[in-house]
Write a protein that binds this ligand. Structure first.
Ligand SMILES: NC(=O)c1ccc[n+]([C@@H]2O[C@H](COP(=O)([O-])OP(=O)(O)OC[C@H]3O[C@@H](n4cnc5c(N)ncnc54)[C@H](O)[C@@H]3O)[C@@H](O)[C@H]2O)c1
Length: 560
């Protein structure tokens, strides 16, 4: 049966048939022969997702001191119904991601259409042609319960399959650079034995040239520079692998300005990633209790944090007290899992890391409570209230919905009987809801932790904000997308058709806007924004003053 893959805009692409593979390999061989003839190294990026697609373009854009392109890049993607569409899009010079950084699209277009240093493919045969393989496939952490990371496990299948496929195809001299965030120990204790075993089967006696260097990419406004112009950590499994990974990274990213940290062993590079993300997750979780404190005691945590951040020693305290995150909810879990399942320890040394993840994983539920209370103050029950969630993605200015805090808000509010609408300028399809029976895995939707979730399959992201606002009872500012920062309270209330409940999850509203919403008869609440009550009282006093000082109009007497 013919299968299709649909791009987020609905364009339909037929998945390759068996006979397409040999044709595609011939196309690549021809391209590679011509590229080698002009001295370019062939780099294969495996997995053109949020990281791989942009990394592929950064490598393809790399030039030597004389302005000559040094690499030819093949982005390789599994031809699955969910992801195949990325291949034809890249081959037209289009970015598969919707992002605020214009450089992503420009760079992919430049490399595909002008420099001709980038192509995308679906065939694993491309591995046979590569000098370097960069692994950018995902390694997820699947949780078995809500708010208990310990009960979860690392989903290694995609990654283990990738190592096996790589080992079946590459030349022994090919550098394999794992960029995926992995459970510490993966490169040496999982990738190495898989590849070594396959090499032996193929009669290859040398060790694989294997290295790890994690990505610190921040999809959003500085997407490209967060890959190219940023510090990197790397390590190889032996001297040769270390030499090769250092050489490669020096050729493709800006290591002059952002020097490399070369560590002794891959487990150290892998651990560095998990520790730095657990550190951020911990600060976020730590601020959650202070966010609740602030709400209950008239404190604006946004201003408190701003005041603290001026101390150079405290400048990295995370602001504002928001929710969500793709890597932060999973990476610490990879660490706990590795301790037991890769390294074989029975004791439980982790306290802070799992606690931080558990707090972050459930903090979004509080937004549903704030919404309920704001509506109650307006005399409207949450059940059957129309609620608009602004932002489906996990962070601002990017269309990535994995582990987004908004999903939890939507699920809890749905359980409480509310009717949900969603707007997100970067997200055309919210697969975690639309495809909740299969995505992220058949038994791993967050829907299993909530009741009454069936109707969320029919929820579609409304791109027209005006339409989304029409007749709504509440608006939740769930993500700090650029588009939402300048929304005017008068316009918003006007489009909603009257006063609404406004919930600010990300310190988006300043005091002037909060005041204006109250003046318009709205109710405002926000994570860590305990001071809104003061503003509300001030508006009420001002209204009372106005009423008192207004001249009392005497009824007009009819002339007669
Ligand atoms: N997204 C981020 O902000 C970010 C930041 C830093 C690090 N990372 C890490 O980078 C890694 C990749 O993340 P991502 O966001 O790009 O994930 P992603 O899911 O967007 O991309 C992974 C891609 O790999 C493909 N894939 C899986 N198995 C494959 C195979 N055998 N052959 C070819 N392709 C295959 C998938 O189809 C998908 O397109 C993860 O470990 C992640 O933690 C991500």
């Amino acid at each position: 049966m013919t299968e299709y893959s649909y791009s987020p805009t609905g364009e339909k692409f037929q998945l390759p048939e068996p006979e397409d593979y040999s044709k595609e390999y011939e196309r690549l061989k021809d391209l590679v022969n011509r590229q080698r003839a002009i001295g370019r190294e062939i780099v294969l990026v495996m997995g053109v997702g949020f990281v791989g697609a942009v990394m592929a373009a950064v490598v393809a854009d790399a030039e030597d001191g004389k302005g000559n392109s040094t690499k030819y890049v093949i982005g390789m993607q599994r031809p699955s119904t969910r992801s195949f569409w990325k291949i034809p899009l890249i081959n037209r010079g289009l970015s598969p991601m919707n992002t605020e950084d214009p450089e992503v699209g420009l760079m992919i277009d430049r490399c595909v259409n002008r420099k001709k240093t980038l192509t995308a493919t679906f065939t694993y045969d491309a591995l046979k042609l590569s000098d370097v393989v960069v692994v950018d496939v995902q390694c997820d952490y699947l949780k078995e319960s809500l708010g208990n990371v310990r009960s979860g496990q690392t989903e290694m299948k995609a990654l283990e399959d990738s190592f096996e496929i790589i080992a079946q195809n590459i030349n022994p001299e090919t550098l394999v650079l794992i960029e995926t965030t992995v459970a510490p120990g993966t490169t040496e204790q999982i990738a190495y034995p898989i590849i070594k075993k396959m090499f032996r089967k193929r009669g290859i006696t040398s060790d694989p040239i294997l290295a790890h260097s994690f990505e610190r990419v921040m999809p959003g406004k500085n997407y490209v520079s967060s890959i190219r112009d940023f510090w990197r950590v790397c390590s190889g499994i032996n001297e040769e692998a270390t030499r090769r990974v250092v050489k490669f990274l020096k050729e493709v990213i800006n290591t002059e300005k952002y020097p490399l940290s070369v560590l002794d062993r891959p487990i150290e590079s892998e651990t560095a990633k998990i520790v730095e993300n657990s550190f951020r997750a911990t600060i976020l979780a730590f601020l959650d209790e202070w966010s609740l404190f602030a709400e209950q005691n008239g404190v604006d945590l946004v201003k408190v944090i701003k005041a603290i951040k001026v101390r150079p020693t405290h400048s990295n305290i995370i602001f504002p007290p928001g929710i969500g995150g793709y890597c932060l909810p999973k990476d610490g879990g990879l660490g706990l899992w590795a301790y037991r399942h890769i390294h074989g320890f029975e004791d439980d040394i982790f306290k802070i890391t799992p606690l931080a993840i558990d707090i972050n994983d459930t903090r979004a539920l509080h937004v549903a409570q704030l919404t309920r209370d704001a509506l109650r103050n307006m005399g409207r029950p949450i059940a059957s209230a129309e609620i608009l969630v602004l932002g489906a993605s996990y962070r601002e200015d990017v269309g990535d919905t994995r582990y987004s805090g908004s999903e939890l808000i939507v699920r809890r509010l749905t359980e409480m009987g509310a009717e949900i609408r969603v707007n997100d300028p970067y997200v055309l399809h919210w697969w975690e809801l639309e495809n909740q029976d299969e995505y992220p895995a058949s038994s791993h939707s967050l829907k299993r932790f909530f009741r009454g979730q069936e109707k969320l399959k029919d929820l579609r992201v409304e791109q027209d904000l005006k339409k989304a606002l029409h007749d709504t009872d509440a608006v939740i500012f769930a993500v700090r997308h650029q588009h939402y920062l300048s929304l005017d309270p008068d316009e918003l209330v006007n489009n909603a058709g009257g006063p609404i409940a406004v919930i600010d999850c990300f310190g988006i509203l300043d005091d002037t806007k909060i005041k204006r919403y109250f003046e318009l008869g709205c109710e405002v609440k926000g994570l860590g924004r305990g001071h809104v009550k003061r503003i509300k009282d001030q508006v009420r006093e001002e209204k009372e003053q106005m009423l008192l000082s207004a001249p009392i109009k005497s009824p007009k007497l009819k002339k007669g």
